[in-house]
Each structure stands twice: as structure tokens, then as C-alpha cells.
Design a binder for this molecule. Structure first.
Ligand SMILES: Cc1ncc(COP(=O)(O)O)c(C=O)c1O
Length: 363
């Protein structure tokens, strides 16, 4: 998915493949005089492994019951996801991945010789998993369950009932839970999804500034876990990148000051709401050849179509014939769907959707 995006996102007429909000400039969210003074006077040594105490405290304040010792700062959520999976999984293990999903963990696990079992989210159930199925998929052989909540690409969040079923299944089998929460704070209705942190000892939560905060370029992510677990993960991380960037540590501290972070999140939520309204407006007086379940979070929708054509084929025709880029569902673990970005200007979205409709109708 990432390779296809990188190859085409700069050259297509309409790029609807993204999964984030437009990133702000730093001078739109921070007093840059102060920032510059601090940045220029800071010595550019290695940032403390795991994050500066101030940054870890700010991040910990987002999670009820967490302290700085429960936080490890990483290079983006990508590194957080990697380190957690790397520590936990070995060749011959088994992991359950809730799909569709951002497939980083799935693909890493496969490449390490780990057996991957899918647990399907079901569109007809509002993108929740089946409460019976989880009991048969998560077994005593399951080393870990990985999910993204709220979910990329569907935008759905686990209901209370499904959250409990997940935790029950993990407790019964002693499985770890790896939960990517980069979309918490990006809810369309502004109602914050509850983190899974604090619900179970074998829990590793990952997050970062990339999605809800709209600041992927800072490359700041983090893991939330038990102190002993994080100590082990730090040793693994020593072999990967040692630490994150010193300037980004400082900027992230400023970004995550309580009032500022809430303001950033609510601005991004307003943008996400507007994108979703634009999507609905476009569909209102038409009979589009695709449909979607309203996302709870994130600037995207996961649209189903019924032409029978593979999603990679549709996405490839759309790219070649109409210069529009979307993500084929098959790259997110579920064919027959397309992920469409809504975090773009209204006219841009509408034209991209119209071209997509033509392609599906021609199929
Ligand atoms: C669910 C999810 N996790 C992690 C990432 C990457 O995070 P980062 O940019 O912080 O490394 C993405 C990027 O699209 C994502 O969708």
C-alpha cells in the first residue's frame, strides 16, 4: 500500500489515498519565537532513550492511571508497532490480527515466520467482529491479538460489548493485546474513544502524532505499557534506532501541552466532520455504485462496491484511466472494498468520487 501511494500520490490529479488530515505548519499552532529560541539553544545530543521526562509526563497525562514510566517515545507509531511485535513474536508463534487493518503487524509477522489468523470485522455488524467467532479464533496457541481502534480503514470503534469480548478472550488465553490507537481523538462526533490502556496487564498500546494530531512529519510515536515490559522493549529498540530526534522531542512537548493538544484535536475533528459532510452531500442526489458505513473516526471511508471486480484491478484502472488514487481494500486485508480519503477539499473530493463512479460503472 505504502509503495503504491509513494509511487503515485505526487503525480495523480486526485489523490484520495491518504488517511490523515492536512498537516498544519508549526507557526499555525505554536508561538514560533519561543520555539526557535528553545530549539536553537538546545544541545543536539541524543534524546533520552524512551523520551525526555517532560514529554513522557505529557503523554502519560493522556492515559488514566499511567505515569512517565509507562511511556516509551518512538520514531512514529510505526516504530512503536514494530518494537512491540518484534519483542513478542517469534517464528512458529501465532497472532490474531483483526481485519481490515493497517497491515504493518500482519506483514511483519508473516515475514518472521509467525502464523497469522484473521478475525474479520463485519460490515453488516457496523464493522464489529462476531462475538462467537472470537472465541474460536483466539485460542491457547494465540500469542497476541493485534487491532487498530478506532479502525483504519473502516473508521469504526469497538463497542463496549466487543471491547469486553476482546479482553475476555485475551485473559482466558493469556494472549497479549497490541492496540494501535492513532485515531483516538479523530472522532467525527468529538466523543473520545476509550483507550484500552489500563484494562489488562498484557496490553501494549501504540499511538503517535500522525493522525488525530495531523503531525506525521515530527515522527513522534509512543508505546504505553507496564514498566517492566517497556524496559525490555527499550533494549530491543537499542538495536533499531537507539532513540528519536531531539528537536522533535522538544516540539512534541509543546504540541502536547494540554490546552494546545485539545485545540489541535478539535480543529482536526471539525475538518474531519466537514469532509464527511462533503461525502454525504456528494452522494445525496445520486445513486453511487458504492456504499459505506458512516465512520466513527478518521478522515476516510471504506466503501463496498458490487461489480465483482478485484479492488486492485479497480484501483489500477482508476489510476491509469482517471488519474485518481484510492487504496484497494486487498491492501488492507479485505477485497471488494476501497478506502477513500475524505480529508481533502470539497470540490476535489467530489470530482475524485465522480471519476471513481464512472470506473466502477464501466467495470
Ligand atoms: C493505523 C496506523 N498506524 C500507524 C501508522 C503510521 O504511523 P506513524 O506515521 O506515526 O509512523 C499509520 C499510517 O497511516 C496508520 O494508519
Amino acid at each position: 500500500m505504502v509503495r503504491m501511494q509513494c509511487a503515485h500520490e505526487g503525480s495523480v490529479d486526485y489523490d484520495l489515498s491518504g488517511s490523515g488530515v492536512p498537516p498544519p505548519r508549526l507557526d499555525e499552532i505554536i508561538d514560533t519565537q519561543d520555539l526557535l529560541r528553545e530549539l536553537l539553544s538546545e544541545r543536539q545530543g541524543y534524546a533520552p532513550a524512551g523520551g525526555s521526562p517532560a514529554l513522557r509526563s505529557s503523554i502519560a497525562s493522556i492515559y488514566s492511571g499511567a505515569g512517565p514510566e509507562n511511556i516509551m517515545v518512538t520514531n512514529g507509531a510505526t516504530e512503536a508497532n514494530f518494537v512491540g511485535a518484534w519483542r513478542l513474536l517469534e517464528k512458529g508463534d501465532e497472532i490474531v490480527v483483526i481485519v481490515p487493518n493497517y497491515l504493518q503487524t500482519w506483514n511483519l509477522a508473516t515475514s518472521w515466520g509467525v502464523r497469522v489468523k484473521p478475525l474479520q470485522l463485519r460490515e453488516e455488524a457496523g464493522w464489529q467482529f462476531d462475538l462467537e467467532e472470537i472465541k474460536s479464533v483466539v485460542t491457547s496457541n494465540t500469542k497476541a491479538v493485534q487491532l487498530c481502534n478506532p479502525n483504519n480503514p473502516t473508521g469504526a470503534a469497538l463497542s463496549d460489548e466487543h471491547r469486553k469480548a476482546l479482553l475476555d478472550a485475551a485473559r482466558e488465553t493469556d494472549a497479549w493485546v497490541l492496540c494501535d490507537e492513532v485515531y483516538i481523538g479523530a472522532e467525527v462526533d468529538g466523543v473520545r474513544t476509550r483507550s484500552l490502556w489500563g484494562t489488562y496487564e498484557r496490553m501494549l498500546v501504540t499511538n503517535g502524532l500522525c493522525k488525530a494530531y495531523g503531525l506525521p512529519g515530527l515522527r513522534v510515536g509512543w508505546l504505553v505499557g507496564e514498566q517492566e515490559t517497556l524496559k525490555e522493549l527499550t533494549a530491543y529498540r537499542d538495536y533499531l534506532t537507539l532513540t528519536h530526534s531531539t528537536p522533535s522531542d522538544y516540539v512534541a512537548r509543546v504540541v502536547l501541552e494540554r490546552e494546545r493538544r485539545e485545540k489541535i484535536l478539535s480543529q482536526n475533528q471539525a475538518f474531519i466532520r466537514e469532509g464527511f459532510r462533503n461525502l454525504l452531500d456528494w452522494g445525496r442526489n445520486r445513486d453511487p455504485p458504492f456504499s459505506w458505513v458512516s465512520p466513527r473516526a478518521g478522515p476516510m471511508c471504506f466503501a463496498s462496491y458490487h461489480s465483482g471486480e478485484g479492488s486492485l484491478d479497480i484501483a489500477t484502472r482508476l489510476l491509469k484511466e482517471k488519474s485518481v488514487l484510492v487504496v484497494p481494500g486487498v491492501q488492507l486485508g479485505m477485497d471488494g472494498y476501497l478506502r477513500i480519503a475524505t480529508g481533502v477539499p470539497r470540490e476535489y473530493l467530489h470530482e475524485g468520487l465522480s471519476r471513481l463512479s464512472d470506473i466502477i460503472a464501466d467495470g
